[in-house]
Design a protein around this ligand. Sequence first.
Ligand SMILES: CC(C)(COP(=O)(O)OP(=O)(O)OC[C@H]1O[C@@H](n2cnc3c(N)ncnc32)[C@H](O)[C@@H]1OP(=O)(O)O)[C@@H](O)C(=O)NCCC(=O)NCCS
Length: 126
Amino acid sequence: MNEPAIKVVAMPRDANPEGDMFGGWILSMMDLAAYIPARKISRHKLVTVAIDQIVFHQPVFIGDCIECFATVEKVGRTSITVKVDVMVERFKVREGAPNEKVKVTEGRFVYVAIDRERKPVPVHGA
Ligand SMILES: CC(C)(COP(=O)(O)OP(=O)(O)OC[C@H]1O[C@@H](n2cnc3c(N)ncnc32)[C@H](O)[C@@H]1OP(=O)(O)O)[C@@H](O)C(=O)NCCC(=O)NCCS
């Protein structure tokens, strides 16, 4: 796997009332991560049009280090689809065990290139 686009420690302020990480926070990290390779492809303003096939495979806990890996999957006429895989590194130092790495979430983010009137324009257009 390549380098993660984003690597960040899950903090208590982003937890849900049950004390695990809030899914919306994970989605916002994924959206930011997906935007990074998409941004390198088009000079136009990009907006998120769809977030597809999100699966939360495992919970994320406070203190986990989340890593978002973003891969451009498809470049259409006006859209760019980026697959994001989220892994967490779970620190086990207190238990004296090796750290654990697990895949927690995946999904696809679709961006559309738009002009000043907010109309879709070709990704590679002038
Ligand atoms: C993005 C937006 C300009 C698209 O307008 P639209 O008239 O639906 O555009 P089109 O139907 O021409 O589709 C444009 C591209 O998006 C793709 N697209 C549109 N809806 C999609 C969907 N639900 N899922 C996946 N792709 C989609 C189309 O396939 C097309 O891609 P292509 O040109 O590469 O083939 C408009 O929907 C919009 O402004 N949405 C709000 C975006 C926003 O503010 N996002 C942030 C939310 S906080």
